[in-house]
Design a protein around this ligand. Structure first.
Ligand code: ZN
Length: 1038
């Protein structure tokens, strides 16, 4: 098969040219390396540590059944959970009055220790002690005299300390005597839905009469918060109902909604993602970030800055979970911090940064290490007067090819160092030679094939006409190389229902010609000449065709469709034309027509929360996987635009898209007049996207570690070659590394990612990204350089992959366990000695718990009958290919207040935390997660704002049906449009606008995105989760 020969081509072979480029020097391929963190017994990382709970065992399983020991009952809430419960297991919970809070031993935050002497602190001075931040928890200290909540101004503990931060109220939070080491934490389904909060939390939802806890009462005179609180009670009654309590929740679930009586923990006192984001913006925003230092941590992905490549790849291309790898595998196992890089090889670079240089060595091709095949890069060390160089990856000494020879200067650097991108830059491209081409032939420019479902519903709804009309203008916008006048991309057209129709649009024809292929069992391509054409040359025939298609099928009553044969046909057409390309498939229904890949409706809510739930995420029939493999082998990327009214089995129909580096778009209940703009904008962006075709990516590493697992819209035939029929600017591959030896602290951990691809003009190229990380034998160095956003990207992708093979419950448990483990290890090895009851978070990970909780609450990981299976499969697929910026926004949406806009400034207002209590009924807010943008309007939103945005006189007149805002000539409208444009820029999907009025039904959906709050689907609030993680940490440390 051509694929074999292709993969085995010399450039990608490891040691022996001509023989499959897989794994020489890397040990035997080991398929069991997949699912590294998820219970793979062969994976060194998931092996349970002695004395540490096994990841698959829920914490607390060893808890004694029976009444908890006196004084500890606040930790014994075992049956608060997200999933199926074991009702009655813990009937004794919450009995008895709250314990006296008179003790010295304190629960997490509440220790007084204020000046930890970080032993390792030369390097880790930035541990954050939650203790200090939580000091201001206003348990019964409401009212005058309470110190203002400390904001985490810099993230350094020192800034959180000071007498004013130590109000005596801490005492209220202390545990009773003897509870220094809490009893086993109790998580069920990996989530602590209910907190083991200090006493006050126990009141939540207690069935039956509850002894009032005076500490929990809002003191008279305390202002009831910013206007919104009183309404919260309404939600509990109006909307909550039984829906608000998740299965297995303890009785009274709905009452657990945050309400005024329960709002005792000051959220300002726990680490705030917004604060972390704003601090980074303040310290690094707008500046030049030069990548000249190995192992330096880049600005956060939310910070705008100008990146200057000085030897390591820009963080736009590569972000790592930590910039300092542990030097030994034992250390890595101890910390359990995933070692991963999120690589977005075609990331968009803003106009004020330098685009990649292209190096052309002519027929010689790129210079590579003889042994490991790494490409010439800044990590190669020139020796012997410049005649030889030592490879930074494998240490092999190579001769410098004569044409490349150059003298060294007094510090041993080539005198042409700064003249050659491959010597001085982290990222650059090489022009590839024929050796790197399929069948040793120069590639042809790629082609785009548009394949439109013309079944009854699509014709009738006007969708087909909409697509055809849009294509007429879009085809002028096909991507082209900068120096070229027109695009080299050829286009072709197919329509289908139960059969396929190919169109001949050759420029010499007066009219397009249709050829029907009705044998869908064995699809063939009925024409070669005239199918794929240059749009400029065939413009009149193509326009003619696009005009005719809607009419051609106007009388159709065919409602059944095929699907797999459509992909097959597109792939065969590309294969016959000997080019790579993209299919744009516009599809609406479950393909039930008799044909390969035929699907039935197998959606089954009864599978939720069972061991079989995973099957809902797997393809229904095997043929899609085989089809995907063929597509990848032929450089055929499948973009799928879905317009479902009901279940279409995204897990099956989306599979080929996923494996071929394509993008899946889904527009539920699409209506032509209402939802056009999102779809059309997505289509336009996709057609114009920077894309590499027929790509293979290879990640090489210096000795001591290697890439073991890959997550993304990719396909892998072996353990090392990441194949992508296409890779566009938004696609990221997350790569996990593991040790296979000790790392050298002097030489660091070096990574080179090489993507061989065909450009839009048909040039074969190599895109090289290099990054160097540090290594250390001090765990503190590893923690100090972690990047939480990249960690969450990794955890999301690995968890979303793991649910294909493991029950969701286990996957969630592993996530919680690993979070606790990472933090416990820090606590044990890097923080100063302190009471076990103190929660200590490393500075670089202080928002890890809140982000992790957001991931755990994502609808992919939470099985609820209200959430359509297709929606979960869809989100799973999207996240799998996301880069760090996209996962950050997706899991922690941006919430922007609009009522206090500075209409004169261009700036976007500062975000606030995603919690209901940040809303106010006199306000208006935008909330964006990358897929949707909500415009939330408080009942008392300023009338001038409402008039300005909607051109209606009052709140009551606003229609929530609208999917766009009117274009009005006033400052409010213009400002909002500019904000929307800003948050939409650089995002791969056009966000759907949803207008939400306070206290109306649509608010339910909106509230799911207030991710710091308890979710209506049962996910824990941030505060609760933090307590849960803390309990687990205590258990690990005990
Ligand atoms: Zn080498």
């Amino acid at each position: 098969m051509s694929q074999q020969g292709y993969v085995a081509a010399p450039p990608y072979s490891q040691a022996q040219p001509g023989i499959g480029g897989c794994s020489a020097g890397f040990g035997p391929p080991n398929s069991s390396l997949h699912y590294g963190h998820y219970g793979d017994p062969n994976s060194s990382y998931s092996a349970p540590q002695p004395g540490v709970s096994k990841s698959t065992v829920p914490f607390g399983s060893s808890a004694p059944v029976g009444p908890p020991p006196p004084g500890t009952h606040q930790f014994s809430q075992t049956n608060f959970q997200n999933g199926p419960s074991t009702p009655g297991q813990q009937p004794h919970r919450f009995q008895g009055p709250p314990p006296p809070s008179n003790t010295g031993s304190s629960y997490p935050p509440y220790s007084h220790q204020s000046q930890p002497a970080y032993p390792n602190t030369a390097s880790t001075s930035s541990a954050t002690q939650l203790a200090n931040q939580l000091n201001s928890m206003q348990i019964n200290s409401y009212g005058p005299g309470t110190a203002p909540s400390p904001r985490m101004s810099s993230g350094h503990p020192a800034s959180l300390q000071g007498p004013q931060l130590m109000p005596p109220t801490q005492q209220q939070m202390s545990l009773p005597p003897g509870s220094q080491v809490p009893p086993p934490a109790n998580t069920v389904n990996g989530l602590c839905a209910q907190p083991s909060l200090p006493p006050m939390a126990r009141q939540d939802g207690i069935p039956g009469p509850v002894p009032p806890n005076p500490n929990l009462q809002q003191l008279p005179g305390q202002p009831p918060g910013p206007g919104y609180h009183p309404q919260q009670a309404n939600y509990g009654t109006q909307m909550a109902g039984s829906q608000l309590s998740y299965p297995g929740a303890f009785p009274g679930g709905p009452a657990q909604l945050p309400g005024p009586q329960q709002k005792k923990l000051d959220p300002d006192s726990i680490p705030s993602p917004i604060q972390v984001i704003e601090n980074d913006k303040a310290s690094r925003g707008g500046q030049i970030y030069a990548t000249n230092t190995r192992g330096q941590v880049p600005p956060l992905v939310t910070t705008d800055c100008i990146i200057q490549d000085q030897g390591h790849a820009s963080p736009r291309y590569i972000r790592c979970t930590t910039y300092c790898f542990p030097s030994s595998s034992d250390m890595a196992k101890q910390a359990r911090i995933p070692l991963a890089a999120v690589i977005q090889p075609f990331a968009i670079v803003p106009p004020n940064e330098t685009p990649l240089y292209v190096v052309n060595h002519g027929e010689t091709g790129p210079i590579r290490c003889n042994r490991c095949k790494a490409y010439m890069c800044p990590f190669m060390q020139f020796i012997e007067g410049g005649r030889r160089y030592q490879c930074g990856f494998c240490s092999c000494v190579n001769d410098v090819p004569p044409f490349f020879f150059q003298h060294l200067d007094h510090i041993g650097r080539r005198v042409d160092h700064y003249e050659r991108p491959e010597l001085s830059l982290g990222s650059y491209e090489y022009v590839a030679t024929l050796d790197y081409c399929r069948n040793n032939k120069p590639p042809k420019p790629p082609a785009y094939i548009f394949m439109i479902d013309v079944s009854y519903r699509n014709i009738n709804s006007g969708l087909v006409k909409l697509i055809c009309d849009e294509l007429k203008t879009l085809l002028d916008k096909l991507p082209r190389e900068e120096q070229e006048e027109s695009s080299a991309i050829r286009v072709g057209f197919v329509t289908y229902n139960k059969v396929l129709h190919f169109f001949n649009v050759k420029s010499s024809l007066a009219q397009p010609q249709m050829m029907v292929v009705s044998d869908v069992g064995e699809v063939f391509v009925p024409l070669l000449d005239g199918f794929l054409v240059n749009f400029q040359e065939s413009r009149s025939v193509v326009i003619n065709l696009l005009d005719q298609i809607p009419e051609m099928f106007a009388d159709t009553n065919e409602s059944e469709t095929i699907f797999a044969p459509v992909i097959q046909a597109g792939m065969e057409a590309l294969k016959a034309a000997e080019c790579a390309g993209k299919l744009f498939i516009f599809h609406s229904s479950l393909p039930t027509a008799e044909a390969p890949g035929k699907l039935r409706n197998r959606d089954d809510k009864k599978l939720l929360n069972t061991d079989k739930e995973k099957t809902l995420f797997q393809p229904q029939v095997n043929s899609y996987e085989a089809l995907a493999r063929d597509c990848v082998a032929n450089g055929c990327c499948v973009n799928l635009f879905l317009f479902p009214n009901q279940y279409v089995d995204v897990a099956s129909v989306g599979l080929v898209t996923m494996y071929t580096g394509g993008t899946l778009y889904k527009y539920n209940n699409f209506q032509v007049s209402l939802s056009d703009s999102n779809f059309l904008s997505d289509l336009r962006k996709d057609i114009e996207k920077t894309t590499g075709f027929d790509a293979i990516m290879r990640v090489r590493t210096s000795t001591g570690f290697r890439a073991t697992d890959f997550f993304g819209a990719i396909y892998m035939n072996n353990t090392t070659d990441v194949e992508m029929a296409a890779v566009d600017c938004d696609k990221a591959v997350t790569v996990e590394f593991k040790h296979d030896d000790k790392l050298n602290e002097d030489s660091g951990a070096l990574i080179q990612c090489a993507v061989l691809y065909t450009s839009i003009s048909g040039q074969r190229r190599l895109r090289i990204h290099n990054i160097g990380l540090n290594c250390s034998s001090q765990l503190a160095d590893v923690y100090k350089t972690c990047e939480t956003d990249a960690l969450i990207n990794f955890f999301a992708k690995s968890a979303f992959k793991a649910i294909l093979s493991q029950p969701l419950k286990i996957v969630r448990e592993i996530l919680v366990n690993q979070t606790a483990h990472m933090l416990a290890c820090y606590r044990k090895n890097c923080a100063s000695p302190s009471a076990v009851s103190q929660l200590i978070l490393p500075d670089a990970m202080k928002v890890l718990p809140v982000y992790m909780n957001c991931l755990l609450k994502s609808c992919v990981l939470v099985a609820r009958p209200e959430i359509p299976t297709d929606e979960r499969a869809y989100q799973r697929q999207l996240v799998t290919s996301m880069g760090v910026a996209d996962t950050q926004l997706f899991f922690y949406p941006q919430l922007l207040p609009l009522h206090s806009l500075d209409l004169k400034s261009d700036s976007v207002p500062a975000a606030v935390r995603c919690s209901e209590e940040r809303l106010s009924e006199g306000g208006a807010f935008l909330l964006a997660d990358g897929l949707r943008v909500f415009l939330w309007l408080g009942v008392s939103a300023p009338p001038e704002l409402i008039q300005g945005l909607f051109n209606v006189p009052s709140f009551a007149h606003i229609s929530t049906e609208a999917t766009s805002l009117p274009d009005l000539d006033n400052p409010f409208s213009k400002k909002l449009k500019s904000i929307l444009e800003h948050i939409q820029s650089q995002k791969p999907y056009t966000m759907k606008l949803i207008i939400v009025k306070q206290r109306e039904q649509s608010e339910m959906l909106f509230r799911q995105f207030l991710v710091e709050d308890k979710s209506i689907y049962g996910g824990a609030s941030y505060v609760d989760f933090l307590c849960c993680v803390h309990k687990e940490i205590c258990q690990l440390l005990s």
